[in-house]
Design a protein around this ligand. Structure first.
Ligand code: AMP
Length: 463
């Protein structure tokens, strides 16, 4: 998230980060930079409203002394490196080219090799994330005619990046466009770069356009300029943004997420009808698809599973006993709706199946006669290396199991997933066909070759 040329940029960034909380709940941070190159940063573990208060935001904005200024911000969801303070973003550094802060959404797949090269050059790292590799590359690139373009051309994998310098903000997106990045404008002047359009709505900015894959957008006192750092390739937008990750209220890759999800639900109803009494969503992730399923099936839509809004995802604990307690606290079943009924439960995805199994047990306990689980994406068979934290193959419930075996394991009467063809037809638009999406987690077709095994802890000290 980046703001340029607006009064109180830290306050604006705070609101935008709040609206993007769904993209990362581990840590949050904001950096500002005065014209004298003095960088200020506040970042900590936790949710946006817990990390910032009026005092910290005022202190950041004080750098600009009431004049329009700039800021970048970040919510972390880790895919490389542990979840701890040393890995919070934005990352700040002082290079021969001046002070710089950067924030990264994605996963850089050649980070380990690049880091070894940089360490061989005598560079010191203070974190275990791939983002610091970008900063160190940029520091080394100061003799290149275009240091940023050179740096980005060394990276492989998924990266939507925002950079803050004393005199400009730069936004960049990898050539495949895995992760979204949009450009917005305030009616009174000033620019915004954000992962999703909900952030623009939250701060009163208007959507201008997406940052193009392979593009660098520079915003400074002379306005906006664009250049490319790589040749265009067939895009590989992450289809899981539409399935689960992005806010339903956002427009992502040219389509409104809520409408795509409803259509995914319609499509699974067309592909997998079932004789039942009602449709109920798994809140909140299955709600949009469940409305689509109900519409096509003609079955009544009932909200039988009620979430506790104040229990976040981060509450889900590691052991099975703790997980069961957390799921009971997070979800309550309305027994009067499910008792004696044949119910279709719609959810967006199953990953390990551990929480789904507990949720299904709650429905059974409340008296459901039959449970038919319908999932609005295909089975997840393969790890993601491009910014979604899916576990190893051996932990994924769909690995080496038939749908009957999965149904037995989850304790339901049937489970059906959306087909890959169905998914592609739904996400495709005349402007962005379905084959412009990365579906590697379902199909195993990785758009780029992955060197060796990539683990989340690849950059920890002893690896
Ligand atoms: P589980 O039953 O443990 O596989 O949890 C599946 C639920 O977690 C789904 O309903 C998804 O909404 C949600 N989910 C989506 N993506 C992820 C992810 N990368 N890791 C864990 N859970 C996820």
């Amino acid at each position: 998230m980046a703001v340029w040329g607006a009064p109180q940029p830290a306050h604006i960034t705070f609101h935008a980060l709040y609206s993007l909380q769904h993209r990362g709940q581990e840590s949050a941070g904001i950096a500002v930079c005065g014209r004298d190159g003095k960088m200020e940063r506040h970042a900590a573990m936790g949710l946006v409203p817990n990390v910032f208060d009026a005092e910290t935001l005022d202190a950041l904005d004080a750098v600009y002394d009431s004049a329009p200024g700039s800021a970048i911000g970040h919510n972390r969801y880790s895919t490389t490196g542990s979840s701890e303070q040393e890995n919070t973003q934005p990352f700040v550094g002082y290079t021969a080219g001046g002070a710089v802060a950067l924030a990264h959404n994605g996963n850089i797949v050649n980070a380990k090799r690049l880091r070894h090269e940089l360490e061989g050059d005598g560079r010191v790292f203070t974190s275990t994330t791939d983002t610091e590799v970008v900063l160190q590359l940029l520091a080394r690139a100061n003799t290149e005619p275009d240091a940023l373009a050179w740096t980005l051309s060394q990276l492989e994998g998924a990266f939507s990046l925002v950079f803050l310098f004393s005199d400009r903000v730069e936004l960049a997106r990898d050539p495949y466009g895995w992760r979204p990045l949009v450009l917005g404008r305030f009616p009174d002047g000033g620019w915004v770069g954000a992962s999703e359009t909900v952030a623009l709505d939250a701060i009163g900015a208007e959507f201008v356009r997406e940052v193009e894959p392979g593009e660098i957008v520079t915003i400074d006192d002379s306005g906006l300029a664009s250049r490319r750092f790589d040749e265009p390739v067939t895009p590989a937008h992450c289809v899981f943004e539409h399935v689960y990750f992005a806010s339903p209220a956002s427009r992502v890759f040219g389509s409104t997420v809520q409408l795509v999800r409803e259509r995914l639900g319609e499509r699974i109803a067309e592909e997998n009808p079932v004789d039942a009494d009602l449709v109920t969503p798994m809140p909140d992730s299955g709600r949009s698809a469940a409305t689509g399923y109900a519409r096509v099936s003609g079955l009544p839509y009932r909200e039988a599973i009620i979430p506790n809004r104040y229990v976040g995802r981060t509450f889900i604990k590691p052991t099975t006993g703790e997980r069961a307690a957390a799921v009971r606290l997070k979800l309550n079943v309305v027994a009067e709706i499910v008792e004696g009924q044949r119910i279709v439960v719609v959810d967006d995805s199953i990953v390990r199946g551990t929480t789904t199994r507990l949720k299904m047990a709650q429905l059974r306990k409340a008296g459901a006669k039959e449970i038919h689980l319908r999932i609005s994406c295909p089975p997840i068979h393969h790890p993601c290396y491009f910014g979604v934290d899916f576990p190893d193959r051996k932990e994924l419930i769909a690995t080496d199991r038939t749908t009957q075996e999965i149904a037995a394991l989850l304790g339901v009467d049937s489970v059906a997933y959306l087909s890959i063809e169905g998914l592609h037809e739904v996400v495709g638009t005349p402007e962005v066909p379905g084959d412009h999406y990365c579906d590697a987690c379902f199909s195993g077709r990785y758009p780029i070759t992955i060197e060796g095994e990539l683990r989340k802890d690849a950059l920890t000290k002893h690896c």
